[in-house]
Design a binder for this molecule. Structure first.
Ligand code: NAP
Length: 276
């Protein structure tokens, strides 16, 4: 499995599993737990969740999936912006720990920027780190100007999780180079475009067919081809989980990159960060 290095030298898998919309419907729970366990078996041992997903339901599903396997997993969760204050963040973190059934979250992210000053969030994150409740902290949906505002704390920010896929290449213009300069990996969310129009793109479909892969696999392989990028596709259907895990072994050729660049042109100027 490919890996990516966090600023403090910790190695994490470059291909993980997302969990948005898990834990929303009780009838799906068994399938969701099974999907995450299958993903772990196949080496996708980084799992991304958030207190927002399913109102905590996703964290509970993750907790069930990793029970007895905590040592294998690099666990990522996120705090709501309105909970990211000096007082609110520790309480939200405790609730997440309980739902996940763990003592420590490996990487805890500010989900997006709200009205709480970033300095307050950083202070609370650092306190959680000192207390061993989290191992690393990071952010999500922050553009370059927000990251710059972190100032000296930027050195301790482990990642920025952003919308990055073939249809949303804006971060390649300035965010990816900025994060690379700070040796900070970027986590690409919605790498298969939520299973929508991206996967029906004729260029992507043809290219995938020609190499005996699926469009989703090529879309994931493309995110992994960006240096320092962690890709976190979400899948419940076991055939999707298997496909996604195998995408970690796909290395796109220069010709394939050229074809994808023609169909999904890279940004030529700054675009503000898109988010879902
Ligand atoms: P995604 O991973 O691009 O797409 C998930 C959808 O695609 C699901 O409907 C899934 O179906 C389907 N799918 C997965 N693998 C497939 C395959 N091989 N072939 C065809 N369809 C496939 O979208 P996402 O869930 O938005 O993003 C991934 C993760 O990133 C999230 O789950 C979440 O953890 C994180 N995220 C973070 C933010 C943020 O603000 N920080 C925002 C969005 C997402 P099945 O489930 O039915 O298998």
């Amino acid at each position: 499995m490919l890996s990516v290095t966090l600023p403090d030298g910790t190695k994490v898998p470059a291909l993980g599993q997302g969990t948005w919309h898990m834990g929303e419907r009780g009838g799906q729970r068994k399938a969701e737990v099974a999907a995450l366990r299958l993903g772990l078996d196949l080496g996708m041992t980084l799992i991304d969740t958030a207190e927002m997903y399913g109102d905590g339901g996703s964290e509970e599903v993750v907790g069930e999936a990793i029970a007895g396997r905590r040592g294998e997993v690099f666990l990522v969760s996120k705090v709501y912006p309105h909970n990211a204050s000096r007082r609110g963040l520790p309480q939200a973190c405790e609730r997440s720990l309980k739902r996940l059934g763990v003592e420590t979250i490996d990487l805890y992210l500010l989900h997006w920027r709200g009205s709480v000053p970033l300095a307050d969030t950083v202070e609370a994150m650092e306190r959680m780190r000192a207390e061993g409740k989290i191992r690393h902290w990071g952010v999500s949906n922050l553009d370059v100007d927000d990251l710059e505002e972190l100032g000296a704390a930027l050195a301790d920010c482990a990642t920025d999780q952003v919308l990055l896929n073939l249809e949303h290449r804006g971060p390649e213009y300035d965010l990816l180079p900025f994060c690379a300069d700070h040796r900070m990996p970027v986590m690409a969310y919605s790498p298969v475009g939520q299973g929508g129009a991206l996967l029906r793109n004729p260029v992507l479909a043809e290219l995938a067919q020609a190499r005996g892969a699926t469009p989703a696999q090529v879309a994931i392989a493309w995110t992994l081809s960006r240096p320092g990028v962690i890709s976190i596709p979400k899948a419940v259907r076991p055939e999707h989980v298997r496909e996604n895990a195998a995408a970690g072994g796909i290395v796109l050729t220069a010709e394939e990159h050229a074809a994808l660049d023609a169909a999904f042109p890279p940004p030529k100027r700054k675009r503000s960060l898109a988010m879902l």
